[in-house]
Design a protein around this ligand. Structure first.
Ligand code: TMP
Length: 211
């Protein structure tokens, strides 16, 4: 089964504080125990140029950048990441586990910033061609739960400083996308404890690994 399977492109999404980091570690452990060769990467980021763009996007040096600039920088970082890391890995037969991808652009720039979704679609088509994730795990929890968990961490970045209305639009957009693409985007209830979240993640990964 898994040996013959085409290398899978898996992405992990969710609003702030939903537990992406701990779940990423758990997914790695599941892939490790299945003997799958994979790389782990993230967006914005994943190459030296894309990480430099990440610093600009998340840091405080360019706090007042326009929403269009933010959108284009996200896609510039993604173009480099796809060309240098994601496509080459998949072509070599390595699975790719990516912490956020284009669904985050729809959710944050489209939902949060309220940019025109069609513009995002045009950029997506241009930058990705027909490359899309095979599976997206969407960790979902209320904004209050996310805030409480994220609040326990360090200094908030440029996005974390946004208000609840922004994050409610982000969450709604993620859920709407999951509703429109239920085969690819699997919603995981991340409001419970880590064990209950991991149980849901395991069911989904097991189904994929046993295809
Ligand atoms: P994180 O991956 O460490 O959570 O931080 C990345 C931040 O960047 C997060 O607040 C979401 C945001 N982001 C976008 O706004 N658009 C995107 O396309 C991506 C990949 C991330």
């Amino acid at each position: 089964m898994t040996q013959k399977m085409k290398a899978q492109f898996i992405t992990l999404e969710g609003s702030e504080g939903v537990g992406k980091t701990s779940n990423l570690e758990y997914i790695k452990s599941l892939l490790d125990s299945s003997g799958i060769e994979y790389i782990v990467t993230r967006e914005p980021g994943g190459t030296p140029l894309s990480e430099a763009l990440r610093d600009m996007l998340l840091g405080s040096d360019f706090k007042g950048m326009s929403d269009d600039t933010e959108l284009l920088l996200m896609f510039a970082a993604r173009a480099e990441h796809v060309a240098k890391v994601i496509r080459p890995a998949l072509e070599k037969g390595q699975w790719v586990l990516c912490d956020r991808f284009t669904d985050a652009t729809y959710a944050y720039q489209g939902g949060g910033r309220q940019l025109d979704m069609q513009r995002i679609q045009v950029l997506e088509q241009w930058v990705l061609g027909d490359l899309r994730p095979d599976l997206t795990l969407l960790l979902d929890a209320s904004i209050d739960i996310g805030r409480e968990r994220a609040g326990k961490r360090s200094e908030p970045d440029r996005f974390e400083q946004e208000r609840d209305a922004f994050f409610n639009r982000v969450r709604d957009c993620y859920l709407a996308r999951a509703g429109a693409e239920p085969d690819r985007i699997k919603v995981i209830d991340a409001s419970g404890d880590l064990a209950s979240v991991q149980q849901q993640v395991k069911l989904i990964l097991d189904a994929l690994l046993n295809e």
